[in-house]
Design a binder for this molecule. Structure first.
Ligand SMILES: Cc1ncc(COP(=O)(O)O)c(C=O)c1O
Length: 469
């Protein structure tokens, strides 16, 4: 996509015009109300952060229109599911205690199954997080002596302790006698299709496919590619369970992995499907017997999916699902905007603005911890909650690296409103996600540009030489 302010040569270097802008204009940025594309077309010393962001938005208009148009079919699927299950206000109540025979929960499960194009689903506030839902799926299905094979390289950080790659004495899969192997990604971050047959030579009970990039510099895996992968796995080992970590991927594409051959998927409700208002929770979806096995791990063998109160909160889960297609589309436009703005400044971004996406994550290689901190601080200042807080890198349960997080969201830990975080490790990549309205992302970006510019006037690793790292 052409950039009009800071020309990007496509080889990771910034053209003289871009360098000029970075070296002289950015440090002098004013925070003002710009006039978008008009101002951007002619770089001048008076250019403002608002001008840069508005120009990026203008360039992205066709992409944004495309993302917005995709809301309709996905929302139609949600509405059809509500209608087919005859959703009514009586489903908002919950049975307390055991939660046996809870009509609201049963309808919720069936609605999610329809939306996720799966045979069955279990949507539970008792799932603490996506990690917990994934863990229930793994422990629910795998038995001692089974082999688990990750097909998308090293799984997300929090699964290392679950699998037993890090930490001991916590009852990991390894401690229960489940063996684990992984097929590393190719250098360009793709699934190693050539190595698949050899990797699947030993009997394998389950393959783990991670749809989203997580904290790694790789493209998200399109649902169609997941489908092809599942087909190849089944051809080699028909009884192998294809499990997909679906975190951050829901509703990004027209189909979900369960529509194209995945046997089981899991994810969090305080990401895409919660539409920013689900207070907590997660889901598993897929083949009925596998969903039940995961639920037997969440609750107890014999109880499975039939217990667990909704704490009178079902309305929020239905309402969040209703809002989710729009929220996801806005988050995608926000991700494109982050990519366009930082890419325009010459920072490597992944994926490129307007690229096909299978998750809502936007990675930006900032190349220096000071820049990471400056951008997180700026985003935090533009967060709806906790704008007065200063993000400080800190250890986080489940993660080996300290994390810095700009996440002033209404639901604690949710990444649905625009937020960003990063593990404190080289190459200092910022992962941004969420954004209920892309106007919010635009405001946060303006603040970040000003912060980077002010570093150029004396801060360590200033914005005047971002790409030399
Ligand atoms: C790909 C992926 N899987 C799993 C998780 C874990 O989800 P949660 O933070 O809800 O435990 C994340 C979190 O960012 C993720 O990105």
């Amino acid at each position: 996509m052409p950039t009009t302010i800071l020309t990007h040569r496509g080889d990771g270097k910034v053209s003289p015009a871009g360098r000029r802008a970075l070296g002289h204009h950015l440090p002098g940025l004013r925070q003002g109300s710009g006039h978008g594309a008009k101002a951007a077309a002619t770089p001048s010393p008076d250019i403002t952060a608002a001008d840069i962001v508005a120009a990026a938005l203008a360039r992205l208009a066709p992409v944004a229109a495309h993302r917005t148009a995709a809301v309709r079919p996905r929302l139609a699927r949600v509405l059809e599911a509500f209608a087919a299950e005859r959703l009514g206000v009586h489903h908002f109540a919950s049975v307390s205690g055991y939660g046996h025979g809870d009509l609201g929960r049963e309808v919720l499960d069936r609605v999610f199954a329809r939306v996720l194009q799966a045979e069955a689903a279990a949507v539970r506030l008792q799932f603490v997080s996506g990690t917990h839902a994934i863990t229930a799926a793994l422990f629910g299905v795998l038995r001692p002596g089974d082999r688990l094979l990750a097909l998308t390289g090293r799984p997300y950080d929090t699964l290392e302790e679950v699998i037993g790659l890090r930490g001991t004495g916590q009852g990991s899969l390894a401690e229960f006698g489940i063996t684990y192997d992984e097929l590393p990604l190719t250098e360009d971050g793709q699934v190693d299709e050539a190595g698949l047959e050899e990797a699947l030579a030993p009997p394998t009970r389950m393959v783990l496919i991670q749809r989203s990039c997580g904290y790694s510099w790789r493209p998200s895996l399109p649902v169609a590619a997941i489908g092809r992968l599942c087909e190849r796995v089944k051809a080699l080992q028909p009884d192998c369970v294809c499990f997909v970590d679906n975190c951050y991927g829901e509703l990004v594409q027209e189909q979900e992995p369960t529509a194209v051959g995945a046997d089981l998927i899991a994810g969090s409700l305080i990401k895409n499907l919660g539409g920013t208002i689900a207070p907590t929770g997660g889901y598993v979806a897929g083949r009925r017997e596998l969903v039940e096995m995961a639920c037997c791990r969440l609750t107890a063998p014999g109880i499975g999916s039939e217990g667990g109160t909704g704490f009178e909160l079902h309305r929020l889960l239905f309402q969040g699902l209703f809002l989710a297609p729009q929220m996801v589309a806005e988050a995608l436009i926000g991700a494109d905007l982050v990519a366009e703005v930082f890419g325009g400044l010459g920072y490597p971004v992944n994926p490129a603005p307007g690229a096909e996406r299978s998750d809502v994550i936007q990675a930006v290689r900032l190349g220096h911890p000071d820049r990471l901190m400056a951008v997180c601080r700026a985003f935090q200042q533009m967060s709806p909650v906790g704008a007065y807080l200063d993000p400080v890198p800190a250890p986080m349960p489940g993660y080996a690296s300290d994390l810095v997080m700009a996440g002033g969201t209404f639901i604690d830990g949710s990444t649905s409103e625009f937020s960003a975080d990063a593990p404190l490790r080289e190459p200092w990549v910022l992962y941004a996600q969420g954004g209920t309205h892309h106007g919010h992302v635009a405001l946060a970006l303006e603040r970040a540009l000003v912060a980077l510019a002010s570093m150029g006037e004396g801060g360590a690793g200033g914005a005047s030489s971002p790409r030399s790292d």
